[in-house]
Write a protein that binds this ligand. Structure first.
Ligand code: SAM
Length: 353
């Protein structure tokens, strides 16, 4: 049997799988720390004994001690043997304790819990036609998705991404009509509505529980320039001056038909903004460790969501610039520009003539 030159050694494979085992186990413990409030209770950064943490978070003392040792082994908390105490360093606090931090990730990991809870259904889909609709997932997926993307919407969308549009944000400041397609629980829509009070925003999604939650959140926030409607992306009626697709166009069954429909619903001079998960230009370049959670989410959530819809293109979230440019070219629009990127996202703008 011939072996490729790049084939990993037995040691590499063992270490790689052991790292994955460690990562998967640590994710479970991070979610537990998030849900119990351990990270919040340690966010001040001062050393705490296991008993002090158990008392602050009202948890079982023995289990709290075991959690702390797991976190120390994962190098997320620091243990001091003489005082038998543990501290959460500020860097770990930014990722695990502070939901407003640009580096917040603990909430997004809840999506991995959904992936495991739904794993049997995912495997069934793999053995069948691949269809597994977004709404058929455990609700932790919707919570995890919102939390995964929220830091980017809080810290990138208005500050860094939209100013790169051909119009910048001048039109949004003056007042335009905007559609947020596949808006999920509406966090992006509400972020825009807060930033641009003269503009009007409508979020559309075909998942009723997400639309219900979006409406609740907007009403609690007292926002009057935003509304949400249950609708498939190919059924919305414009005209809109700006149509946005945040982390969703690849999930749709017929992204070409939906891009064509969006183009037809734009007002004169209107444009489309597409935000997609970060991906490299080629399949080979994309085979690196940081892409593994993206492919896993794509496998169990994005591709089967698309395969459950008419068109069933199954782009996946790693189709990258090449894949998304092809969608708009097939929809008859070649003016498709990569306008911004951040570690987890690429932002494109499409401007019909
Ligand atoms: C990964 S989530 C992203 C949600 C939201 N845009 C965000 O950034 O948090 C994908 C969303 O697309 C929605 N979706 C999928 N196919 C759709 C379609 N054909 N029409 C409208 N929404 C769709 C799903 O219901 C889901 O809420």
């Amino acid at each position: 049997m011939s072996e490729h030159n790049d084939a990993p050694s037995l040691k590499d494979v063992l270490l790689g799988v052991a790292d994955a085992f460690a990562g998967a186990s640590t994710v479970a413990c991070i979610i537990a720390g998030h849900r119990t409030g351990f990270y919040r209770a340690m966010a001040h950064g001062n050393p705490m004994t296991a008993d002090e943490l158990a008392s602050a978070a009202t948890t079982n003392e023995r289990m709290t001690r075991e959690w702390l040792d797991q976190q120390a082994a994962a190098r997320l908390v620091i243990y001091d043997e003489p005082s038998d105490s543990y501290a959460l360093p500020s860097a770990a606090s930014a990722v695990l304790a502070d939901p407003d931090s640009p580096f917040w990730l603990a909430g997004g990991l809840v999506g991995v819990q959904a992936l495991y809870l739904d794993l049997d259904k995912g495997i069934e889909a793999m053995k069948g036609d691949g269809a597994f609709g977004w709404g058929d997932h455990h609700p932790y997926l919707f919570e995890g998705t919102q939390e995964l993307f929220r830091p980017a919407y809080d810290h990138q969308l208005v500050q860094h991404w939209l100013p790169q549009r051909a119009h910048g944000v001048e039109d949004l400041e003056t007042g335009i009509r905007v559609a947020d397609m596949g808006c999920g629980t509406g966090y992006s829509t509400m972020t825009l509505a807060r930033a641009f009070p003269n503009s009007t925003f409508i979020g559309f999604d075909l998942h009723q529980p997400s639309i219900d939650e979006a409406r609740r959140n907007a009403s609690e926030a007292g926002l009057t320039n935003v509304s949400f409607e249950l609708a498939a992306a190919d059924a919305i009626s414009g005209p809109f001056d700006l149509i946005c697709f945040f982390d969703c166009l690849h999930d749709m069954g017929d992204p070409v038909g939906i891009a064509s429909h969006a183009i037809s619903q734009l007002s004169q001079g209107g444009s489309i903004v597409v935000v997609e998960p970060f991906a490299m230009q080629t399949r080979t370049e994309n085979h690196y460790l940081r892409a593994t959670p993206r492919y896993a989410m794509s496998l169990f959530c994005c591709v089967p969501c698309s395969l459950a819809q008419p068109g069933a293109r199954g782009m996946g979230n790693q189709a990258g610039e090449v894949g998304m440019r092809a969608v708009f070219a097939e929809a008859g629009l070649d003016d498709f520009t990569r306008i911004a990127e951040s570690p987890n996202h690429i932002v494109y703008e499409a401007c019909p003539a």
